[in-house]
Unconditional design. Sequence first.
Length: 186
Amino acid sequence: MKDNTKEKNPWTRLGSTPVYDNPWIAVREDKVLKPNGEPGIYGVVSFKNKAIGIIPLSEEGDTWLVGQYRYTLDEYSWEIPMGGSPIGKEDILSTAKRELQEETGLTATKWELLGRLHTSNSVTDEEGFVFLATGLRQGKTNFEDTEVLKIKRLPLSEAIEWAMSGRITDAISVAGLLILARKLGI
C-alpha cells in the first residue's frame, strides 16, 4: 500500500526541540532549511497510536455508526467505529477487533484491510487504517470512561450518503466509506 516512489526529501532538518508530550501525542519544533534553501521552522505532532477505523457490514447491507461529542471540535460527530492502536504494543487488526466490540458490541469472523491513510499530513505523522468487518455477531458494548456513545444501525448506502453530504466529516470515516463504496460498486 505504500508508494514506493523514491523522491529526494527537499527539506533539511537542522535541529529539533520537544515542546509538549503526553500519553497520546508529542509536539516538536524543528529548525529546517526549506526547499528553497531559506531557514525556517516546522511544527510536528507525532501520535503514539495508529488510528483504526472499522466498517461493520451485515449480510443485509447495514452498517453501524457511532455518535459522540468531540471535545476538539466542540460539536457532535457521527463516525465509523474507531480507536487507537498503541504503536509497538498492539497490532492493528487486534485493535480493530477490540474497538469494534467495545463501541458496538459486535464481533466479526472475517476482516479485510480496506486502506491506509494519513489524516493531516501537513502537521502530523498520524497513520490510519480502515478495516471491513463481516460475519457479524452481536454482543455487549464496553465503552471507555471517556466515551458517551450513541450507536446507529443503518443501510450502508445511507452511511455513504451521509459521508457525501457532509453529515459525516471525520476524515477516516469519509475515506473508509468511500473506499468501500468504490469496492462494492455503490
